[in-house]
Design a binder for this molecule. Structure first.
Ligand SMILES: C[S@@+](CC[C@H](N)C(=O)[O-])C[C@H]1O[C@@H](n2cnc3c(N)ncnc32)[C@H](O)[C@@H]1O
Length: 415
Protein backbone atom coordinates (compact mmCIF):
# COMPACT_ATOMS: atom_id res chain seq x y z
CA UNK A 1 0.00 0.00 0.00
CA UNK A 2 1.59 3.35 -1.04
CA UNK A 3 2.41 5.62 1.87
CA UNK A 4 3.45 8.80 -0.01
CA UNK A 5 2.34 11.92 1.89
CA UNK A 6 -0.93 13.09 0.46
CA UNK A 7 -1.92 9.64 -0.82
CA UNK A 8 -4.64 9.00 1.82
CA UNK A 9 -6.35 12.28 0.86
CA UNK A 10 -6.45 11.20 -2.83
CA UNK A 11 -7.68 7.72 -1.91
CA UNK A 12 -10.46 9.27 0.17
CA UNK A 13 -11.38 11.63 -2.70
CA UNK A 14 -11.64 8.66 -5.07
CA UNK A 15 -13.80 6.71 -2.61
CA UNK A 16 -16.11 9.72 -2.19
CA UNK A 17 -16.39 10.34 -5.94
CA UNK A 18 -17.24 6.68 -6.49
CA UNK A 19 -19.82 6.63 -3.71
CA UNK A 20 -21.56 9.70 -5.19
CA UNK A 21 -21.35 8.82 -8.87
CA UNK A 22 -21.80 5.04 -8.74
CA UNK A 23 -23.90 4.46 -5.65
CA UNK A 24 -25.81 7.74 -5.60
CA UNK A 25 -24.76 8.54 -2.01
CA UNK A 26 -24.85 12.14 -0.81
CA UNK A 27 -21.49 13.89 -0.62
CA UNK A 28 -21.99 14.21 3.14
CA UNK A 29 -22.46 10.44 3.57
CA UNK A 30 -19.66 9.64 1.15
CA UNK A 31 -17.15 11.98 2.82
CA UNK A 32 -18.05 10.82 6.32
CA UNK A 33 -17.15 7.24 5.37
CA UNK A 34 -14.15 7.99 3.15
CA UNK A 35 -12.44 10.51 5.44
CA UNK A 36 -12.20 8.03 8.31
CA UNK A 37 -8.83 6.87 6.96
CA UNK A 38 -7.40 10.40 6.65
CA UNK A 39 -5.45 11.90 9.56
CA UNK A 40 -5.19 15.60 10.24
CA UNK A 41 -7.40 18.55 9.31
CA UNK A 42 -5.16 19.69 6.44
CA UNK A 43 -5.37 16.35 4.60
CA UNK A 44 -9.11 16.12 5.25
CA UNK A 45 -9.58 19.64 3.87
CA UNK A 46 -7.49 18.69 0.82
CA UNK A 47 -9.60 15.57 0.17
CA UNK A 48 -12.77 17.67 0.45
CA UNK A 49 -11.39 20.31 -1.91
CA UNK A 50 -10.42 17.70 -4.53
CA UNK A 51 -13.81 16.00 -4.49
CA UNK A 52 -15.67 19.35 -4.42
CA UNK A 53 -13.77 20.73 -7.42
CA UNK A 54 -14.13 17.44 -9.31
CA UNK A 55 -17.92 17.49 -8.88
CA UNK A 56 -18.30 21.21 -9.61
CA UNK A 57 -16.32 20.99 -12.86
CA UNK A 58 -17.17 17.38 -13.78
CA UNK A 59 -18.70 18.09 -17.20
CA UNK A 60 -15.66 20.12 -18.27
CA UNK A 61 -13.19 17.59 -16.86
CA UNK A 62 -14.95 14.83 -18.78
CA UNK A 63 -14.82 16.83 -22.01
CA UNK A 64 -11.06 17.19 -21.57
CA UNK A 65 -10.63 13.47 -20.81
CA UNK A 66 -12.69 12.54 -23.89
CA UNK A 67 -10.58 14.86 -26.07
CA UNK A 68 -7.50 12.79 -25.21
CA UNK A 69 -8.79 9.21 -25.46
CA UNK A 70 -9.29 7.29 -28.73
CA UNK A 71 -12.09 5.16 -27.28
CA UNK A 72 -14.43 6.87 -24.81
CA UNK A 73 -13.87 5.65 -21.26
CA UNK A 74 -17.14 4.44 -19.67
CA UNK A 75 -18.60 6.91 -17.15
CA UNK A 76 -17.91 4.55 -14.26
CA UNK A 77 -14.42 3.43 -15.34
CA UNK A 78 -11.86 3.82 -12.57
CA UNK A 79 -9.29 5.58 -14.80
CA UNK A 80 -11.94 8.22 -15.62
CA UNK A 81 -12.57 8.81 -11.90
CA UNK A 82 -8.86 9.10 -11.18
CA UNK A 83 -8.34 11.43 -14.15
CA UNK A 84 -11.17 13.66 -12.92
CA UNK A 85 -9.40 14.01 -9.57
CA UNK A 86 -6.01 14.57 -11.24
CA UNK A 87 -7.30 17.30 -13.53
CA UNK A 88 -9.28 19.00 -10.74
CA UNK A 89 -6.05 19.29 -8.77
CA UNK A 90 -3.91 20.52 -11.65
CA UNK A 91 -6.47 22.93 -13.13
CA UNK A 92 -8.39 24.14 -10.05
CA UNK A 93 -6.19 23.66 -7.00
CA UNK A 94 -2.87 24.55 -8.63
CA UNK A 95 -1.19 21.28 -7.61
CA UNK A 96 2.00 20.80 -9.70
CA UNK A 97 1.52 18.00 -12.28
CA UNK A 98 4.42 15.93 -10.88
CA UNK A 99 2.78 15.95 -7.42
CA UNK A 100 -0.56 14.98 -8.98
CA UNK A 101 1.11 12.05 -10.76
CA UNK A 102 3.01 10.91 -7.65
CA UNK A 103 -0.07 10.88 -5.41
CA UNK A 104 -2.81 9.78 -7.82
CA UNK A 105 -1.35 7.19 -10.17
CA UNK A 106 -0.85 4.74 -7.23
CA UNK A 107 -4.68 4.63 -7.12
CA UNK A 108 -4.44 2.52 -10.31
CA UNK A 109 -2.35 -0.44 -11.42
CA UNK A 110 -1.25 -1.98 -14.75
CA UNK A 111 -2.89 -0.85 -18.00
CA UNK A 112 -5.31 1.66 -16.39
CA UNK A 113 -2.34 3.36 -14.69
CA UNK A 114 -0.48 3.71 -18.00
CA UNK A 115 -3.66 4.99 -19.66
CA UNK A 116 -4.30 7.65 -16.98
CA UNK A 117 -0.65 8.70 -17.06
CA UNK A 118 -0.79 9.07 -20.86
CA UNK A 119 -4.06 11.05 -20.91
CA UNK A 120 -2.98 13.36 -18.09
CA UNK A 121 0.46 14.01 -19.65
CA UNK A 122 -1.11 14.71 -23.06
CA UNK A 123 -3.51 17.25 -21.55
CA UNK A 124 -0.75 18.92 -19.52
CA UNK A 125 1.44 19.18 -22.65
CA UNK A 126 -1.48 20.76 -24.50
CA UNK A 127 -1.70 23.29 -21.61
CA UNK A 128 -5.44 22.82 -21.43
CA UNK A 129 -7.55 25.14 -19.26
CA UNK A 130 -11.09 25.11 -17.92
CA UNK A 131 -13.75 27.57 -19.10
CA UNK A 132 -14.45 30.64 -16.92
CA UNK A 133 -17.75 29.15 -15.75
CA UNK A 134 -18.52 25.46 -15.10
CA UNK A 135 -20.54 23.78 -17.85
CA UNK A 136 -23.76 22.23 -16.56
CA UNK A 137 -24.85 18.78 -17.73
CA UNK A 138 -27.56 18.56 -20.40
CA UNK A 139 -29.98 17.11 -17.84
CA UNK A 140 -29.52 20.07 -15.48
CA UNK A 141 -29.67 22.60 -18.34
CA UNK A 142 -32.99 21.14 -19.47
CA UNK A 143 -34.46 21.17 -15.97
CA UNK A 144 -33.33 24.65 -14.95
CA UNK A 145 -34.19 26.30 -18.29
CA UNK A 146 -33.51 30.04 -18.47
CA UNK A 147 -32.18 30.08 -14.91
CA UNK A 148 -29.23 27.81 -15.72
CA UNK A 149 -27.18 30.51 -17.44
CA UNK A 150 -27.29 32.83 -14.43
CA UNK A 151 -26.84 30.04 -11.87
CA UNK A 152 -23.68 28.58 -13.45
CA UNK A 153 -21.34 31.51 -12.54
CA UNK A 154 -22.43 31.03 -8.92
CA UNK A 155 -20.84 27.56 -9.04
CA UNK A 156 -17.29 28.65 -9.89
CA UNK A 157 -16.15 28.54 -6.25
CA UNK A 158 -17.58 27.18 -2.99
CA UNK A 159 -19.66 29.79 -1.15
CA UNK A 160 -18.57 32.15 1.61
CA UNK A 161 -19.80 31.62 5.17
CA UNK A 162 -23.07 33.18 6.31
CA UNK A 163 -24.01 33.70 9.95
CA UNK A 164 -27.43 34.43 11.46
CA UNK A 165 -27.33 36.54 14.59
CA UNK A 166 -29.47 35.82 17.61
CA UNK A 167 -29.82 39.55 18.23
CA UNK A 168 -30.28 41.49 14.98
CA UNK A 169 -29.49 44.76 16.78
CA UNK A 170 -25.85 43.63 17.01
CA UNK A 171 -25.47 43.33 13.23
CA UNK A 172 -23.29 46.37 12.60
CA UNK A 173 -21.06 45.92 15.63
CA UNK A 174 -20.49 42.20 15.06
CA UNK A 175 -19.86 42.64 11.31
CA UNK A 176 -17.19 45.20 12.18
CA UNK A 177 -15.69 43.00 14.89
CA UNK A 178 -15.48 39.94 12.61
CA UNK A 179 -14.54 41.80 9.44
CA UNK A 180 -17.64 40.62 7.58
CA UNK A 181 -20.30 42.25 5.44
CA UNK A 182 -24.03 42.27 6.13
CA UNK A 183 -26.69 41.82 3.46
CA UNK A 184 -29.65 42.00 5.85
CA UNK A 185 -30.44 42.75 9.45
CA UNK A 186 -29.14 39.86 11.54
CA UNK A 187 -26.93 38.52 8.72
CA UNK A 188 -23.13 38.52 8.43
CA UNK A 189 -21.03 37.11 5.58
CA UNK A 190 -17.43 36.03 6.24
CA UNK A 191 -14.77 34.93 3.75
CA UNK A 192 -14.65 31.24 2.86
CA UNK A 193 -12.31 29.31 5.15
CA UNK A 194 -12.84 31.57 8.18
CA UNK A 195 -12.15 29.44 11.30
CA UNK A 196 -15.71 29.68 12.56
CA UNK A 197 -15.24 28.25 16.03
CA UNK A 198 -12.55 30.84 16.76
CA UNK A 199 -14.80 33.78 15.84
CA UNK A 200 -16.03 36.02 18.65
CA UNK A 201 -19.50 35.09 19.80
CA UNK A 202 -19.31 31.40 18.86
CA UNK A 203 -18.82 30.05 22.37
CA UNK A 204 -21.50 32.32 23.85
CA UNK A 205 -23.94 31.29 21.11
CA UNK A 206 -24.47 34.76 19.65
CA UNK A 207 -24.89 33.36 16.12
CA UNK A 208 -25.09 30.19 14.04
CA UNK A 209 -24.01 29.30 10.50
CA UNK A 210 -26.88 29.59 8.02
CA UNK A 211 -26.93 30.62 4.38
CA UNK A 212 -28.69 33.93 3.73
CA UNK A 213 -31.41 32.19 1.69
CA UNK A 214 -32.11 29.76 4.55
CA UNK A 215 -32.55 32.74 6.89
CA UNK A 216 -35.48 34.06 4.86
CA UNK A 217 -38.37 31.59 5.52
CA UNK A 218 -38.52 32.33 9.29
CA UNK A 219 -38.24 36.08 8.64
CA UNK A 220 -41.35 35.88 6.50
CA UNK A 221 -43.39 34.92 9.57
CA UNK A 222 -42.44 38.23 11.20
CA UNK A 223 -42.10 38.71 14.95
CA UNK A 224 -43.72 36.09 17.13
CA UNK A 225 -44.53 38.14 20.22
CA UNK A 226 -45.01 34.90 22.14
CA UNK A 227 -47.36 33.27 19.60
CA UNK A 228 -47.01 29.57 18.78
CA UNK A 229 -45.18 28.34 15.70
CA UNK A 230 -44.70 24.77 14.54
CA UNK A 231 -41.40 24.27 12.77
CA UNK A 232 -42.31 21.16 10.79
CA UNK A 233 -39.24 19.25 9.57
CA UNK A 234 -37.05 21.30 11.85
CA UNK A 235 -33.70 19.55 12.26
CA UNK A 236 -30.86 20.47 12.53
CA UNK A 237 -32.67 23.60 13.63
CA UNK A 238 -31.43 26.73 11.88
CA UNK A 239 -34.98 27.93 11.34
CA UNK A 240 -36.08 26.95 14.85
CA UNK A 241 -33.35 29.22 16.22
CA UNK A 242 -34.41 32.09 13.94
CA UNK A 243 -38.08 31.76 14.88
CA UNK A 244 -37.40 31.56 18.61
CA UNK A 245 -34.96 34.49 18.38
CA UNK A 246 -37.82 36.46 16.78
CA UNK A 247 -40.06 35.84 19.77
CA UNK A 248 -41.99 32.76 18.58
CA UNK A 249 -42.87 30.03 21.03
CA UNK A 250 -41.58 27.19 18.85
CA UNK A 251 -42.37 23.50 18.64
CA UNK A 252 -39.64 21.89 16.55
CA UNK A 253 -40.68 18.55 15.02
CA UNK A 254 -38.57 16.13 13.03
CA UNK A 255 -38.49 12.41 12.32
CA UNK A 256 -34.72 12.02 12.63
CA UNK A 257 -33.36 11.37 16.13
CA UNK A 258 -29.80 11.99 14.95
CA UNK A 259 -30.65 15.34 13.39
CA UNK A 260 -32.70 16.32 16.45
CA UNK A 261 -29.57 15.73 18.54
CA UNK A 262 -27.89 18.44 16.46
CA UNK A 263 -30.92 20.67 16.98
CA UNK A 264 -30.70 20.17 20.74
CA UNK A 265 -26.98 21.02 20.68
CA UNK A 266 -27.74 24.17 18.69
CA UNK A 267 -30.41 25.22 21.20
CA UNK A 268 -28.00 24.58 24.06
CA UNK A 269 -25.11 26.55 22.54
CA UNK A 270 -27.30 29.53 21.69
CA UNK A 271 -29.28 29.42 24.98
CA UNK A 272 -32.48 29.42 22.94
CA UNK A 273 -35.55 27.48 24.05
CA UNK A 274 -37.95 25.41 21.99
CA UNK A 275 -40.10 22.34 22.50
CA UNK A 276 -38.54 19.42 20.64
CA UNK A 277 -40.73 16.62 19.27
CA UNK A 278 -39.47 13.48 17.56
CA UNK A 279 -42.31 12.25 15.36
CA UNK A 280 -43.30 11.31 11.85
CA UNK A 281 -45.28 14.31 10.64
CA UNK A 282 -47.37 12.02 8.48
CA UNK A 283 -48.88 10.27 11.50
CA UNK A 284 -48.54 13.02 14.13
CA UNK A 285 -51.55 14.62 15.85
CA UNK A 286 -50.62 17.94 17.50
CA UNK A 287 -52.12 18.45 20.94
CA UNK A 288 -52.31 22.23 20.48
CA UNK A 289 -53.06 24.76 17.79
CA UNK A 290 -50.45 26.96 16.15
CA UNK A 291 -50.59 30.55 14.92
CA UNK A 292 -48.10 29.67 12.21
CA UNK A 293 -46.60 26.59 10.60
CA UNK A 294 -43.31 26.66 8.74
CA UNK A 295 -42.81 23.61 6.54
CA UNK A 296 -39.19 23.50 5.41
CA UNK A 297 -39.86 20.33 3.50
CA UNK A 298 -37.44 17.53 2.65
CA UNK A 299 -36.37 18.06 -0.97
CA UNK A 300 -33.68 17.26 -3.51
CA UNK A 301 -31.63 20.16 -2.06
CA UNK A 302 -30.38 21.18 -5.52
CA UNK A 303 -30.38 24.77 -4.21
CA UNK A 304 -27.36 23.87 -2.11
CA UNK A 305 -25.31 22.88 -5.20
CA UNK A 306 -22.53 25.35 -4.34
CA UNK A 307 -21.80 23.53 -1.09
CA UNK A 308 -23.01 20.10 -2.20
CA UNK A 309 -22.10 19.82 -5.91
CA UNK A 310 -23.03 16.10 -5.82
CA UNK A 311 -26.66 17.18 -6.37
CA UNK A 312 -25.67 18.33 -9.87
CA UNK A 313 -25.06 14.68 -10.81
CA UNK A 314 -27.13 12.59 -8.40
CA UNK A 315 -30.55 14.14 -8.71
CA UNK A 316 -32.90 13.22 -11.57
CA UNK A 317 -36.61 12.91 -12.36
CA UNK A 318 -37.07 9.92 -10.06
CA UNK A 319 -35.74 11.68 -6.95
CA UNK A 320 -37.69 14.83 -7.85
CA UNK A 321 -40.90 12.79 -8.30
CA UNK A 322 -40.44 11.01 -4.97
CA UNK A 323 -39.81 14.28 -3.15
CA UNK A 324 -42.81 16.08 -4.63
CA UNK A 325 -45.07 13.26 -3.36
CA UNK A 326 -43.62 13.46 0.16
CA UNK A 327 -43.93 17.26 0.10
CA UNK A 328 -47.62 17.07 -0.87
CA UNK A 329 -48.36 14.59 1.94
CA UNK A 330 -46.62 16.91 4.43
CA UNK A 331 -48.46 19.96 3.09
CA UNK A 332 -51.79 18.10 3.49
CA UNK A 333 -50.94 17.39 7.13
CA UNK A 334 -49.73 20.91 7.92
CA UNK A 335 -52.75 22.59 6.34
CA UNK A 336 -55.14 20.28 8.21
CA UNK A 337 -53.68 21.51 11.51
CA UNK A 338 -54.00 25.24 10.73
CA UNK A 339 -56.78 27.13 12.52
CA UNK A 340 -58.53 29.87 10.59
CA UNK A 341 -56.32 32.98 10.31
CA UNK A 342 -53.04 31.10 10.89
CA UNK A 343 -50.10 31.56 8.56
CA UNK A 344 -48.46 28.82 6.50
CA UNK A 345 -44.99 29.12 4.96
CA UNK A 346 -43.77 26.44 2.56
CA UNK A 347 -40.05 26.40 1.76
CA UNK A 348 -37.63 24.12 -0.08
CA UNK A 349 -33.92 24.50 -0.80
CA UNK A 350 -34.49 23.22 -4.32
CA UNK A 351 -34.04 24.75 -7.75
CA UNK A 352 -36.56 22.38 -9.30
CA UNK A 353 -39.86 23.91 -10.50
CA UNK A 354 -41.71 20.73 -9.45
CA UNK A 355 -40.73 21.21 -5.80
CA UNK A 356 -41.27 24.97 -5.73
CA UNK A 357 -43.45 26.89 -8.17
CA UNK A 358 -45.55 23.84 -9.15
CA UNK A 359 -46.21 22.96 -5.50
CA UNK A 360 -47.28 26.54 -4.77
CA UNK A 361 -49.75 26.42 -7.68
CA UNK A 362 -51.04 23.08 -6.39
CA UNK A 363 -51.50 24.60 -2.90
CA UNK A 364 -53.47 27.49 -4.44
CA UNK A 365 -55.76 25.05 -6.27
CA UNK A 366 -56.19 22.49 -3.49
CA UNK A 367 -56.68 24.21 -0.14
CA UNK A 368 -58.75 26.89 1.57
CA UNK A 369 -55.73 29.13 1.82
CA UNK A 370 -55.37 32.69 0.72
CA UNK A 371 -51.97 33.75 -0.64
CA UNK A 372 -50.12 36.33 1.44
CA UNK A 373 -47.76 37.78 -1.18
CA UNK A 374 -44.16 38.36 -0.13
CA UNK A 375 -43.15 41.99 -0.62
CA UNK A 376 -39.80 43.50 -1.63
CA UNK A 377 -39.71 45.44 1.68
CA UNK A 378 -39.47 42.15 3.59
CA UNK A 379 -36.43 41.02 1.60
CA UNK A 380 -32.72 41.89 1.63
CA UNK A 381 -31.88 44.66 -0.85
CA UNK A 382 -31.45 43.25 -4.35
CA UNK A 383 -34.02 40.44 -4.02
CA UNK A 384 -37.50 40.72 -5.50
CA UNK A 385 -40.57 38.51 -5.10
CA UNK A 386 -42.02 36.85 -8.21
CA UNK A 387 -45.15 38.32 -9.78
CA UNK A 388 -47.15 35.68 -7.87
CA UNK A 389 -45.76 36.96 -4.56
CA UNK A 390 -43.43 33.98 -4.00
CA UNK A 391 -39.71 34.17 -3.40
CA UNK A 392 -37.29 32.33 -5.66
CA UNK A 393 -33.59 32.62 -4.93
CA UNK A 394 -30.65 30.99 -6.72
CA UNK A 395 -26.84 31.11 -6.64
CA UNK A 396 -26.67 33.62 -9.51
CA UNK A 397 -28.54 36.28 -7.48
CA UNK A 398 -26.72 38.94 -5.42
CA UNK A 399 -23.69 37.80 -7.45
CA UNK A 400 -21.43 40.77 -6.59
CA UNK A 401 -21.90 40.02 -2.89
CA UNK A 402 -21.17 36.29 -3.32
CA UNK A 403 -24.58 34.84 -4.22
CA UNK A 404 -26.92 32.74 -2.11
CA UNK A 405 -28.45 29.27 -2.06
CA UNK A 406 -31.46 28.34 -4.14
CA UNK A 407 -34.73 28.44 -2.22
CA UNK A 408 -38.41 28.61 -3.03
CA UNK A 409 -40.74 30.19 -0.46
CA UNK A 410 -44.50 30.75 -0.55
CA UNK A 411 -46.83 32.14 2.13
CA UNK A 412 -50.57 31.67 2.75
CA UNK A 413 -53.22 32.31 5.39
CA UNK A 414 -55.91 29.76 6.36
CA UNK A 415 -59.38 31.06 5.50
C1 LIG B 1 -34.77 20.47 4.67
S1 LIG B 1 -34.49 19.53 6.10
C2 LIG B 1 -34.93 20.63 7.38
C3 LIG B 1 -33.91 21.68 7.72
C4 LIG B 1 -34.31 22.50 8.93
N1 LIG B 1 -35.59 23.13 8.77
C5 LIG B 1 -33.29 23.59 9.29
O1 LIG B 1 -33.51 24.75 8.99
O2 LIG B 1 -32.27 23.25 9.89
C6 LIG B 1 -35.84 18.42 6.06
C7 LIG B 1 -36.08 17.64 7.33
O3 LIG B 1 -37.28 16.90 7.17
C8 LIG B 1 -37.23 15.80 8.04
N2 LIG B 1 -38.31 14.87 7.65
C9 LIG B 1 -38.42 14.16 6.51
N3 LIG B 1 -39.57 13.44 6.53
C10 LIG B 1 -40.20 13.72 7.71
C11 LIG B 1 -41.41 13.29 8.31
N4 LIG B 1 -42.21 12.42 7.70
N5 LIG B 1 -41.73 13.79 9.52
C12 LIG B 1 -40.92 14.67 10.15
N6 LIG B 1 -39.77 15.10 9.63
C13 LIG B 1 -39.40 14.63 8.42
C14 LIG B 1 -35.81 15.29 7.84
O4 LIG B 1 -35.38 14.49 8.92
C15 LIG B 1 -35.03 16.60 7.71
O5 LIG B 1 -34.44 16.95 8.94
Amino acid sequence: MPTAPGFPARRAALKSLDAVMRRGETLEQAEAAALKGVDGPADRALARAIIGESLRWLTDLDLLIDSATKKRLPDDAKPRSVLRLMLAQALRLGTPPHAVIATCLPLLTGGPRRLAHGVFSTLMKREVTLPDVPTLSDAVLTRWGNRAETIAPGLIDPPEVDLALKNAEETEARALEMGGISLADGHIRLPRGTPIEKMPGFAEGAWWVQDLAAQLPPRLLGNGEGKRALDLCAAPGGKTLSLAARGWNVTALDISGKRLEMLRENLKRTHIEAEVVKADALTYHPAKQFDAILLDAPCTATGTCRRHPDVLHRIGPRAIGEMTEIQQSLIHQAVSWLPSGATFVYAVCSLEFEEGEDQARWIDETFDLEPVPITAEELPAGLQPTKEGWLRTHPGMLAEAGGLDGFFIGRWRKL
